[in-house]
Design a protein around this ligand. Structure first.
Ligand SMILES: Cc1cc2nc3c(=O)[nH]c(=O)nc-3n(C[C@H](O)[C@H](O)[C@H](O)COP(=O)(O)OP(=O)(O)OC[C@H]3O[C@@H](n4cnc5c(N)ncnc54)[C@H](O)[C@@H]3O)c2cc1C
Length: 414
């Protein structure tokens, strides 16, 4: 009979790794299993022809409290994007940048606002939407909630600021172009964008889970990759996890941290609705656009919801003399290369012609949907021997995954 561990954690994404770290630090004998050949789950980075390609464009916001509890953000060597966007609309290109962070862009930001993109009615409505989150985030999190679409309609946020700036921007962040997401969540997220300095680790987003895994190992957790769980049985005082091509592993408790789409194979929980994203990665020659700002298409003239020259912010993402551009779409937009290239030329100008397509990431289960209300019961403990973790239990984000890992660890430690 195999030895009996205190806890088996299934899934070495951020949720499972954070949970395993806390359990190992509390002296538990923890084994972590993951089907993949590397830790990180949805957060991975591959080296392709000298470029660093994350599995889908994503950013790390050091403002997340849960991030700072899990790692020292300084260890990630974060490269911060400018806090703002460039909006391409009606043949114009306007900049909206954080006035305090980028005072040099203030004249351009004011010119953009006065160009008709920001009406007085939209501005007042946007402040009524965002204001409560800026002054009292806790009460927004605990307060009444509705969909983003209904909230903006109610507040009268119905003009170009919504259509050409907020909707395209948040479509990329939430993977939702219908405004079905919790307004409370969206407003808290925008608050963190405004207050934080979102960026990417210099070595790619995969550096974050690798760092959490280092800390878990240091605390004594045994992380076993290429160990796919195929089933679980609770027998008396133990949980037995069946593995593909390896011996059964037994533990007093199991934490299931497999990601929403894989839950049902192991536990009796419904599959949470998930939203898909697609990122196209292009390599350019040295003549890439100089701006590091994220670009959104204010005309919504094609499938791309945002695009950015990654290597203007994080130079190691591209080999010397070249640049890396990300262009993200909703997975169900049905984007084809012709449409993507055409829109890239509208967003970036003729420079985009001839960019080399390096890879396309189709990620069907990128983010769990988060309809209102933001606060919904999602207990970590399922039964005496089973605990669950993952962003689908909290919010669709790095912070959500980390917080769910913390909650799962607390449930085990009782
Ligand atoms: C394209 C994209 C963009 C994103 N952008 C952002 C962003 O900008 N900011 C942000 O905060 N968040 C973003 N996110 C979300 C963030 O990456 C996730 O919320 C977080 O990584 C989820 O972590 P997790 O541990 O809950 O799940 P996962 O990362 O999915 O981990 C689950 C793990 O379980 C393993 N597994 C599954 N089944 C089994 C099995 N049977 N046996 C063993 N192992 C198994 C998987 O291999 C995986 O490693 C983005 C995600 C994507 C995909």
């Amino acid at each position: 009979m195999a030895s009996l561990h205190d806890v088996v954690v299934i899934g070495a994404g951020l949720a499972g790794l954070r949970c395993a770290t806390l359990l190992a630090q509390a002296g538990r004998d923890v084994v972590v299993l993951d089907a993949a050949d590397e830790v990180g789950g949805r957060q991975r980075t591959d080296r392709v022809d000298g470029f660093l390609l994350d599995r889908g464009f994503q950013v790390v916001n050091p403002r997340y409290d849960a991030l700072a509890r899990a790692v020292d953000p300084a260890d990630l060597d974060l490269r911060a994007f400018p806090v703002g966007v460039r909006v391409v609309r009606g043949g114009r290109s306007d900049v909206f940048a954080h006035p305090l962070r980028h005072p040099a862009l203030l004249p351009a930001t004011l010119a953009g606002a006065l160009s008709g993109l920001v009406t007085a009615r939209d501005l007042v409505a946007a402040l009524r939407w965002l204001g409560p989150a800026l002054v009292g985030p806790a009460s927004v999190a605990a307060g009444p909630d509705a969909t983003l679409h209904d909230t903006w309609d109610r507040l009268g946020l119905t003009g170009p600021l919504r259509w050409s700036v907020l909707e395209p921007f948040l479509t990329g962040v939430l993977a939702d172009d219908g405004g079905a997401t919790s307004s409370a969540y969206a407003t808290l997220l925008v608050r963190l964008f405004a207050l934080g300095t979102p960026g990417v680790p210099a070595a790619g987003v995969g550096a974050l889970p690798r760092r959490v895994a280092d800390l878990a190992r240091k605390a004594g957790a045994d992380i076993r990759l290429e160990h796919a769980a195929t089933g679980m049985d609770v027998r008396g005082d133990r949980v037995e996890v069946a593995l593909r091509g390896a011996e059964v592993i037994a533990a007093r408790e199991a934490v299931v941290a497999v990601g929403g789409e894989a839950l049902r194979e192991l536990v009796d929980l419904p599959t949470p609705p998930m939203r898909g994203l697609q990122t196209w990665w292009f390599g350019t020659d040295a003549g890439a656009p100089a701006s590091a700002l994220l670009v959104v298409d204010g005309d919504r003239s094609g499938p791309i919801v945002n695009s950015v020259v990654m290597s203007r912010t994080a130079p190691a993402y591209a080999p010397p003399g070249r640049h890396l551009v990300a262009a993200s779409c909703l997975l169900d937009s049905g984007a084809d290369e012709r449409a993507v290239r055409g829109q890239l030329e509208r967003l970036w100008g003729g420079a985009a012609r001839g960019w080399e397509l390096l890879r396309r990431d189709d990620i069907a289960h990128a983010l769990p949907a988060l309809p209102p209300p933001l606060r919904h019961p999602s207990p970590a403990r399922l039964s005496e021997r089973l605990v669950v973790a993952g962003d689908h239990r909290e919010t669709p984000s790095i912070a959500g995954a980390l917080v769910s890992g913390e909650r799962a660890a607390r449930a085990v430690l009782g």
